[in-house]
Design a protein around this ligand. Structure first.
Ligand SMILES: C[S@@+](CC[C@H](N)C(=O)[O-])C[C@H]1O[C@@H](n2cnc3c(N)ncnc32)[C@H](O)[C@@H]1O
Length: 227
């Protein structure tokens, strides 16, 4: 079977649902999305610049700006409609710029103290993603990646699979989300982004901490550059 390319999958998943994204992510994660993003923010040290990859509608980007109002923040996303929604939320006091670009092809002439991303690892080749992050990272910089994970314990897996089976049925009635609710669990089950990204970061001389959250349904990987 020919596997769908990740770029095609991203277009299929996000091409037609930007307007409802924030409501859907909050409802389907039972509000855990906000908690996971707060956990990402907690791991950002004092910094002058932050790159938020796959920023989407900017939920995390604006939270970072709230905590670090003096930092220069750049949000990058590959889906134009998501970025348009993020840009609509900008105020003159924000030091945020949004760029339409592919995180796996990114080549900015700026380096950042911190690189964050919520929900990108499963859509990227881990080697390319980490290589691009390291390219854009300042000495002493930090990479903080977050995404869903497939729980390890059998009873939790049972609940997790049941939940996604229900979501798949509900998805038929939610415009723009049918494909995501159907195919997201397969993608999460097939990925082992935490171990892969952790290994690559460690081989590149980073100190890495993996923290699993909400009964192992998601994880945050924090890598700090040794100097
Ligand atoms: C589930 S949304 C997450 C948005 C945001 N990070 C958040 O947590 O609310 C996933 C986003 O990843 C973006 N994306 C996927 N692959 C990407 C890539 N290679 N480069 C940039 N953005 C990407 C999609 O366009 C989409 O906006």
């Amino acid at each position: 079977m020919i596997q769908e390319s990740s770029k095609r999958l991203v277009r299929r998943f996000f091409g037609n649902n930007a307007e409802s994204y924030e409501k859907v992510v909050s409802l389907t994660t039972f509000g855990r999305d906000a908690y996971w993003k707060d956990e990402i923010i907690k791991r950002i040290k004092e910094c002058n610049s932050v790159l938020d990859l796959a920023c989407g509608t900017g939920i995390l980007t604006f939270k970072i700006a709230e905590k670090f109002p003096e930092s220069k923040i750049t949000g990058v996303d590959i889906t134009k409609r998501y970025l348009e929604i993020a840009k609509r939320k900008l105020n003159p006091h924000h030091k945020i710029s949004f760029l339409l670009d592919d995180a796996e092809n990114l080549s900015l002439d700026t380096k950042f103290d911190c690189i964050t991303s919520s929900y990108i690892p499963k859509y990227c080749n881990p080697y390319i993603l980490i290589e691009r992050c390291l390219y854009h990272l300042n000495p002493h910089g930090r990479i903080i990646l977050h995404d869903f994970t497939y729980p390890k314990s059998k009873p939790i897996r049972l609940l997790w699979n049941l939940y996604f089976a229900i979501l798949q049925m509900v998805g038929v009635f939610v415009p723009g989300w049918k494909d995501v609710f159907k195919d997201l669990p397969k993608l999460i089950r097939s990925e082992n982004w935490v171990d892969k990204c952790k290994g690559i970061m460690e081989r590149n001389g980073m100190i890495v901490e993996a923290r699993y959250l909400t009964m192992d349904c998601s994880a945050i990987l924090t890598g700090t550059k040794k100097v």
